[in-house]
Design a binder for this molecule. Structure first.
Ligand SMILES: Nc1ncnc2c1ncn2[C@@H]1O[C@H](COP(=O)(O)OP(=O)(O)OP(=O)(O)O)[C@@H](O)[C@H]1O
Length: 285
């Protein structure tokens, strides 16, 4: 079988939840994600933007294999890795990493940072030697701009920014192909946002990564992503190169998202209208 040119292909993906009616015990089906078709190429920084409850996190988790889809399939390099009846195998799950809003917060407060950073390698490469693991961990911590000396400390003994970087190091030490960031800059002030986005960019180049970036903030997504999808009510209503989506939004929801973002922080958004990759096709539904 010839290898697909797309790193990731998502076909007709859907995720339903069974939820209880407001009154009584009857249940109904909520289509959190429906009929999502997407292709992501090597090196893409692909943004998914939409309002709260539009299904961004559910979609991200379904792609990463954390949420089992109800319909459709996810293919990595042409091979089905997740569908209704296929659960992401361990060998593949290391290749697609999901990063929660603050990756530092997921580090165990009772463990030294060294133990937390070794742990994913112990799970995914159980035959690796302790010294090989230590080398990989030190290399990654250094790439994050941190001193390996910090590895002897506990989470409460480093700064918030250092902890966030340690959390990211824990994800990247597995050498994933695709990293899915869920709201990586939410709750940060604009200067720290810029630092986090700058670090993400550096790591992408250094480790040849591909990103999916989930955010409710179209200005943040536009500042770093070369392609953008707009999510509304569980559907991707618009997909295209970032510059085109910003300049010529096709869907009314995208237009209203842009209008409200321009009112809040217009200069940030217009700054990101610099030419990015405009060659990829776009569409709306
Ligand atoms: N485990 C679950 N059980 C039932 N409903 C769920 C579950 N997870 C999410 N939902 C619902 O699915 C819909 C999509 O949720 P999701 O978290 O994917 O949205 P989102 O766009 O990421 O929102 P936010 O920006 O607020 O994080 C929402 O209506 C949510 O209430």
């Amino acid at each position: 079988m010839s290898e697909s040119p797309n790193l990731l292909e998502i076909n007709n993906l859907g995720c339903d939840f069974s939820i209880r009616e407001r009154l009584g015990w009857r249940r109904r089906v909520l289509r959190a994600v429906d009929r999502v078709d997407l292709t992501i190429s090597n090196g893409d920084i692909f943004g998914i933007v939409g309002e709260t409850g539009s299904g961004k996190t559910t979609l991200g988790k379904a792609i990463a294999g954390i949420q089992r889809p109800t319909r459709g399939a996810v293919r990595l390099s042409g091979k089905v890795v997740s569908s209704v009846d296929i659960r992401l195998p361990k060998s593949v799950s290391a290749q697609m990493q999901y990063v929660y809003q603050d990756p530092g917060a997921s580090l165990d407060p009772r463990w030294t940072l060294r133990r937390s950073l070794h742990e994913p390698l112990v799970i995914h490469s159980p035959r690796s030697s302790a010294s090989d693991r230590e080398n990989s961990v030190r290399k990654m911590v250094t790439a994050m701009g941190l001193s390996p000396g910090l590895l002897d400390r506990f989470p409460h003994e480093v700064s918030g920014g250092q902890l966030r970087r340690m959390g990211l190091a824990r994800v990247l030490v597995l050498a994933p192909k695709i990293v899915i960031f869920d709201e990586p800059t939410a709750g940060l002030d604009v200067l720290v946002q810029a630092t986090v986005l700058g670090l993400m960019r550096d790591l992408l180049d250094q480790f040849k990564l591909t990103y999916i970036l989930i955010s409710h903030d179209i200005a943040v997504v536009s500042s770093i992503c070369n392609r953008l999808a707009v999510m509304y009510g569980g559907n991707l209503v618009e997909i295209g190169p970032t510059t085109q989506v910003l300049k010529e939004p096709l869907h009314p929801y995208t237009r209203s998202l842009l209008a409200s973002s321009l009112q809040i922080g217009g200069s940030r958004l217009t700054d990101s209208l610099e030419p990015l990759n405009t060659t990829a096709p776009r569409g709306t539904r």
